[in-house]
Design a protein around this ligand. Structure first.
Ligand SMILES: [Zn+2]
Length: 439
């Protein structure tokens, strides 16, 4: 059966065509944008064409934040001597004052340094967070995890010491000119205390750092006109094939349909959405009638709110739906290496026994660990959540930047990921956990 799944995916796969449409015809799909709405309608229509048993939209209120006109920034080493640099506002950031903001800069390697420096050295300045991702870590997600606090909480923390703005080194291991956005939070800081936050490209972060060493009085200017609006209604897109033996027990596959507004969100997470749709298409085309209900969910608003995932989990609880397994693809459309499982040791041991079946396809890295942001809320005692783990070396080159575009996705790599997901779902459906024996 696994061989058949891979053959069908590699010969007749549809995921790449869907991704091309999502990426090149629709583009970046930030929550609350017209593109996000188009993506909802497009994927719903495609699922309807496939003739699943049921396709529907689940309403959810999402934040709406708009970038405004293109950001502009420069480094001023001495009066009138400026170098223009590439920045982008962080998602959820406040705008700069009208006409922009110029101030001296204080470079730090992390939030912890703020306390040592104290208000005296920070007040009135732009805090420049420049701790790079650690290149020694083989799993780049760990390197990302080791830095992302600067982006998420950097502005909130710097504001407490009187900073007027923050500039954060982009979360990427690649040295290039792309600034990478991503979500940030002011926590419960009152509106008037919220300072603007931007990401700067890695190359220009290095430049700013060396200029500060030569000339500590170097100033930084930036202008951004981003703005938050009241929440708007959007949707999770859901399709399912009813289970023949256990219609009330659900196996879920999913990704998130929203993306950042930079690039076209091909890897993050257009890839995960089309791979998840492909799982159901594969079963249907192979004429496989699942024992459990197999459901694809394209979650809205993972990037800046996780509202879709929360709404879905809340509704599932209300309806007493029993999710025995939930699998997410949200780590890019690169060559799949395996899966990460959030499960009990007992369940993991059972799952591990399937590992040799994946060896011919080189997708046999089975580890315990996190699953995915959208499926984690469904994790309960006794069920299993998991995440597809593709090769991660290039993911952060493109993540949340203008460079996350369709041309960066390889058709076969994308298809192998969908086939690997379908294979795992098939095994769960047929041989499941010990709790759901099959007649
Ligand atoms: Zn994502």
């Amino acid at each position: 059966m696994l061989r058949k799944i891979f053959d069908e995916a590699l010969v007749n796969g549809k995921s790449y065509d869907w991704l091309e449409h999502l990426s090149t015809k629709i583009g970046g799909r930030l929550s609350g944008s017209p593109q996000a709405e188009q993506a909802v309608q497009y994927t719903k229509a495609e699922m309807e064409k496939l003739g699943f048993d049921k396709v529907w939209l689940q309403p959810v209120m999402v934040p709406k934040w708009v970038r405004g006109i293109k950001e502009y920034a420069y480094i001023e080493s001495t009066s009138g001597n400026t170098t223009v640099v590439n920045i982008c506002a962080l998602g959820g950031s406040a705008p700069t004052p009208e006409g922009g903001l110029k101030a001296n800069v204080i470079e730090v390697q992390g939030i912890q340094e703020l306390e040592q420096l104290g208000r005296e050295k920070i007040e009135g300045k732009i805090v420049f967070y420049n701790r790079p991702m650690d290149p020694k870590l083989i799993q780049t997600f760990e390197a990302y995890g080791g830095c992302v606090d600067q982006r998420y909480s950097g502005a909130r923390e710097a504001a407490k010491y009187g900073a007027v703005g923050v500039v954060v080194r982009s979360m990427s291991l690649k040295i290039d000119d792309y600034p990478h956005t991503g979500t940030m939070s002011y926590g419960d800081l009152p509106l008037e205390d919220r300072i603007p936050a931007a990401a700067i490209s890695t190359r220009e972060a290095n430049l700013l750092s060396s200029m500060l060493k030569l000339q500590p009085q170097t100033k930084f200017y930036f202008n951004q006109t981003c703005r938050a609006f009241p929440d708007v209604e959007s949707h999770n897109v859901i399709g399912e094939i009813k289970g023949s033996l256990y219609p009330n027990k659900v196996i879920l596959v999913g990704g998130h349909l929203d993306s950042w507004d930079l690039g076209d969100g091909a890897h993050d997470d257009g890839a995960g959405c089309v791979q998840s749709m492909e799982v159901l298409r594969l079963f249907q085309n192979l004429n496989y009638k699942p024992n459990h209900t197999i459901r694809v969910v394209l979650f809205m608003n993972e990037e800046n709110g996780l509202r879709g995932a929360r709404k879905y989990a809340e509704e599932a609880d209300k309806k007493n739906e029993n999710h025995i397994f939930a699998l997410e693809s949200d780590a890019g459309g690169f060559t799949p290496r395996g899966f990460s499982f959030q499960s009990s040791d007992e369940d993991f041991n059972k799952i591990k026994s399937w590992k040799p079946l994946f060896e011919p396809y080189l997708v046999h890295l089975f580890v315990k660990g996190g699953s995915g942001a959208d499926v984690a809320p469904l994790k309960k005692e006794g069920n299993v959540a998991a995440g597809l783990r593709p090769d991660s070396q290039r993911y952060f080159d493109y993540h949340h930047a203008d460079s996350d575009t369709f041309d960066k996705v390889n058709k076969r790599e994308l298809e192998l990921g969908g086939a690997a997901m379908a294979s795992l779902v098939y095994l769960f459906d047929k041989y499941g956990t010990v709790k759901y024996p099959v007649k």
